[in-house]
Design a protein around this ligand. Structure first.
Ligand SMILES: [Zn+2]
Ligand SMILES: [Zn+2]
Length: 163
């Protein structure tokens, strides 16, 4: 993903900052996945949440009310959540080519979304859904061509009226 790549230098700075913060933390927590017991790494946690500051990451990590899970368990949990959403609405169609799309494909296309955001958009009739970027681009191109033609027609009419 482009955003991730752009953030690499930024991420590196954050990792170093986090390292310093951990050094000055007296009671740094060891974390295990609450589901499978696998040991967790705070730097993985940071790189999964690049939008958070190192201070905030450490604060979350040290919070004794929060439970964390590893990537694999997270993926499995996500699949269970997707199954639930599928039961609410199992199919939508690409606005451009009209081929059917299921929630799994949709979630891959929008993998940056949180599960509740994914659900809200999936269930929102007004949200435009496409197979992929290509269909999306074609759709908007057709749409803008249509608008431009309309505009052109209007302009031509105005010109003709003036003449
Ligand atoms: Zn786990
Ligand atoms: Zn399509």
């Amino acid at each position: 993903m482009l955003i991730r790549k752009l953030n690499n230098a930024d991420l590196w700075k954050k990792i170093q900052k986090l390292r310093d913060l951990i050094k000055s933390e007296d009671n740094f927590k060891e974390r295990k996945c609450w589901n499978c017991g696998k040991e967790l790494n705070i730097y993985d946690f940071l790189s999964d949440n690049v939008n958070f500051t190192p201070e905030y990451i450490l604060k979350l990590w040290q919070n004794s009310y929060l439970e964390f899970h590893c990537c694999e368990c997270f993926r499995n949990l996500k699949i269970n959540e997707l199954i639930k959403i599928e039961q609410e609405l199992d199919r939508r169609h690409c606005l451009f080519c009209e081929s059917p799309i299921d929630i799994y494909k949709f979630s891959k296309f929008h993998n940056y979304l949180k599960i509740y955001e994914l659900r809200n958009l999936w269930l929102d009739e007004n949200f435009k859904i496409f197979c992929d970027n290509l269909c999306q681009r074609k759709y908007y191109k057709t749409y803008y061509d249509f608008l431009n033609k309309k505009k052109l027609k209007k302009q031509n009419k105005l010109i003709q009226q003036k003449e």
